[in-house]
Design a protein around this ligand. Sequence first.
Ligand code: SAH
Length: 261
Amino acid sequence: MTHSPRKRFGQNFLHDHNIIYSILSSLEAKAGEHWVEIGPGLGALTEPLLKLGVRLDVVELDRDLVALLKDKFRQQNNLQIHSADALKFDFSALAEQNEKLRIIGNLPYNISTPLMFHLLDNASCIEDMHFMLQKEVVDRICATPGSKKYGRLSVMMQYYCATELLFDVPPESFDPVPKVMSAIVRLMPHRQPPVEVNDIKILNRVVIQAFSQRRKTLRNSLKKLIDEDAIIALDIDPALRAEALSLEDFAKLSNLLQELP
Ligand code: SAH
């Protein structure tokens, strides 16, 4: 069976064996662990993972690929293939009591951000996640205060996880060749949140508002939500811009907003 890559499903298949090897080595997968792969495609990562003796669930949207995978891996009894949309898939249902899942995926870039947040809704049953993403997105996830790339994605992802860029992956490693550079990111959900946030929705609102006009000072960008004196009372300088604030500062602002009448 052959398969022509489909653009609408974000299909860029990995074919560089050195990269596949580097990804596998960095995972340190051990026999008996429960893994979930999102978008297995033609099985470039699936096959070596199975060889390591892990229990594997894969979630694939393209029905033609599902048929192909079922055929290719018909002998494998430690593999479950789910024909489904990962954005709607209930990942927590895969984890048995007290079990933590390890997640891997060379993700379709157009759905990578909503998919990561969908997974983080179930962060308590996730040990760690390794994703191939557009490098630009990995840089934003891992950015620290003061950097141009620091923004909503950095603050929200770092609230949930420890983030780490592992290595870059050049376009030629894929078929078809994408236009952008890619990178592998490791996300490890925090066991305890690094800061206390009373309501994550409010944190999200403050972060969106603060970065919506990143060149403005907090005094101006947050005007509609919090007044200047309240910002000063939190020991935060209202003349700063959003990109100077730490996760802890954003947590303080969002907890204050929650208390306001
Ligand atoms: N892991 C493979 C394929 C990566 S391409 C490799 O590295 O070679 C991205 C894969 O995600 C494709 O197989 C595509 O069909 C699948 N995909 C796209 N959207 C999806 C979705 N919403 N849910 C699950 N899989 C999806």
